[in-house]
Design a protein around this ligand. Structure first.
Ligand SMILES: Cc1cc2nc3c(=O)[nH]c(=O)nc-3n(C[C@H](O)[C@H](O)[C@H](O)COP(=O)(O)OP(=O)(O)OC[C@H]3O[C@@H](n4cnc5c(N)ncnc54)[C@H](O)[C@@H]3O)c2cc1C
Length: 510
């Protein structure tokens, strides 16, 4: 294994001064050149080492191409050919096309690296880390590619590390802990296991149910982070995103989930105020049921030319038509054909949700968090409705406003599960997450489309501040690039993250 490398570039027809040379055919290169990876170990004094020849074009182009080829050379020497997808291949095109948002698809990495094992992911860090530190390469980490924020899981001109080939789930029947490789999808996990991963408020956020993260650190070391080993990393990974390492396996606790009652109900905007009232009443009830999960939305679709109300409501017990859901499911008028309330199983419910995912569309998510206050939530809905007028004529427009509660029963699970860095707890709750989501069709509408939702979030935060019902928390998974979710976790949690970063990634690779 070559451990210390410098890449030299010269024109193919130029003087050959190298010990080892390999021509890298790379479509998209501005001119034909040879890349030499030169092992410096054992080479004589500095002044006897070969020099970089710069012959034409500007340095930045050459440097980029040099880096591209150096990285490609390094990876192709170390890994089988099917781990590296170049832009002219079908694999590359298929992987790029599979992002949830077309705005992530627009980004063209120089290569996609597809590791199949944790060890391969670690070797990648060993090889590419030095190039990154020298500013000659950059990389992004991709899981399923569902987060719509452009550039969060893809990188222009860099290496996208796509974890989709890191698959497999194993259930330990004695402990009911399931190990899930980082490229696995929920559908596959649910279909092979009779147990359930936490998604209900009685069990906490998903991250609170991860009991161990297998992680590749910047040093290329593979470590476990759990309550007993690297516990500061463990807590920091629960909310720290991709800033501390690459998680290659998640070990999650599971619990039995019976069939349960749930689905969706479509209604008309005049009912929305009553839905806000029902939501706030349910969240604030002293005896609020931890089995109840309700998400209420207003959504405009250009295809139908009108705004509709959509409630998703679940009761996580095998009880048909539970009374606690009546206010969310029995409003009139509603679209009877779209009422999908039924007894279901988790796998079926997950599949039904997955079917609703739109692909091949341009997309933006933004969010804020509020106290459950009727006047604030109504003001927020009004702000959304005003902004809708500015975008409804954009081709393919879908614009929606969703209220997703964090009930007390959910927030109460965080500390007992070992804690996280989100900066939330029962003392803040209950809370309501506000998601503004927009889809549209054409790239040339990007600018017109993106600014109204940004204005909506700013105005909602102001309206809440005026009522004393604002909450700083911004959810990372729904964040837009101008939002600062980690900043919203509070100073103490930011300090925890900085400390973990200094300890586990001292040179700032991530
Ligand atoms: C239709 C739809 C519905 C959604 N519903 C929800 C929802 O209900 N709740 C919710 O929270 N989110 C939701 N999201 C947002 C999105 O699915 C989440 O953010 C999800 O967690 C992204 O996971 P992913 O594997 O697709 O990550 P990617 O989009 O691939 O990556 C997201 C970020 O995580 C980093 N990352 C990914 N894998 C790793 C890893 N193994 N190690 C280190 N860093 C990594 C990436 O670098 C990137 O910054 C939804 C998105 C869509 C399109």
């Amino acid at each position: 294994m070559i451990s210390s490398l410098t890449a030299y570039v010269r024109q193919a027809s130029g003087e050959n001064f190298v010990r080892k040379e390999r021509k890298v055919p790379f479509s998209g290169a501005k001119y034909d050149f040879t890349v030499v990876i030169h092992d410096l170990r054992g080479v004589g004094p500095e002044d006897q080492q070969p020099k970089v020849l710069i012959q034409r074009g500007d340095w930045s182009i050459r440097k980029q191409e040099l880096a591209r080829c150096a990285a490609f050379e390094l990876l192709s020497t170390a890994f089988p050919a099917n781990r590296i997808a170049r832009p002219d291949t079908d694999v590359y095109k298929a992987r790029i096309a599979s992002y949830a948002s077309q705005r992530e698809n627009d980004i063209s990495p120089m290569i996609i690296f597809l590791p199949e094992t944790t060890e391969e992911r670690s070797t990648f860090t060993k090889l590419i880390g030095p190039l990154v530190h020298d500013g000659e390469a950059k990389f992004a980490i991709r899981g399923a590619g569902c987060q719509p924020l452009p550039g969060c899981a893809n990188i222009e001109g860099g290496i996208t590390v796509d974890l989709s080939h890191l698959i497999g789930t194993t259930l330990d029947k004695a402990t009911n802990i399931v190990q899930v490789a980082a490229g696995e999808r929920w559908g596959a996990v649910y279909s092979t296991r009779c147990m359930t991963i936490a998604w209900v408020s009685l069990e906490g956020f998903i991250c609170d149910n991860v009991i161990n993260y297998e992680t590749v650190l910047a040093s290329d070391k593979i470590v476990n982070a759990n309550a007993h080993e690297n516990s500061d990393l463990f807590v920091s990974l629960r909310g720290g995103g991709n800033n501390l390492g690459v998680m290659t396996r998640f070990d999650l606790r599971t619990f039995k989930q019976s069939s349960f009652w749930g689905g969706a109900v479509s209604h008309f905007p005049p009912s929305f105020l009553s839905q806000i009232e029902a939501l706030v009443d349910e969240l604030k009830k002293p005896d609020a049921s931890a089995e109840t999960h309700v998400m209420i939305s207003l959504s405009f679709a250009a295809q139908f030319g009108q705004v509709m109300g959509l409630n998703q409501a679940y009761y996580t017990q095998e009880v048909e038509k539970p009374a606690v859901l009546d206010r969310f499911t029995n409003m009139h008028p509603q679209v009877d054909q779209l009422n999908s309330m039924r007894m279901t199983k988790l796998k079926e419910a997950a599949e039904a949700q997955a079917k609703q995912v739109m692909t091949g569309v341009r997309c933006v998510y933004m969010n804020t968090t509020l106290k459950p206050d009727k006047s604030t939530l109504q003001a927020a809905a009004d702000i959304f409705s005003v902004a809708l007028d500015k975008v409804k004529l954009i081709e393919g427009m879908v614009f929606s406003f969703t209220l997703q509660p964090y009930p007390l029963s959910l927030l109460e699970q965080m500390a007992p599960a070992g804690g996280n860095v989100l900066g939330l707890g029962p003392v803040d709750g209950p809370l309501v997450s506000v998601l503004i989501l927009m889809y549209w069709k054409n790239k040339n509408d990007d600018e017109t489309a993106v600014s109204p939702p940004r204005g909506v979030i700013e105005e909602i935060d102001k309206a809440a501040a005026a009522r004393g019902t604002n909450v700083p928390f911004k959810y990372l998974n729904y964040a837009f690039d101008l939002q600062d979710p980690i900043g919203s976790y509070g100073i103490k949690n930011q300090e925890k993250l900085h400390n973990a970063s200094r300890k586990y990634d001292p040179e700032g690779l991530f």
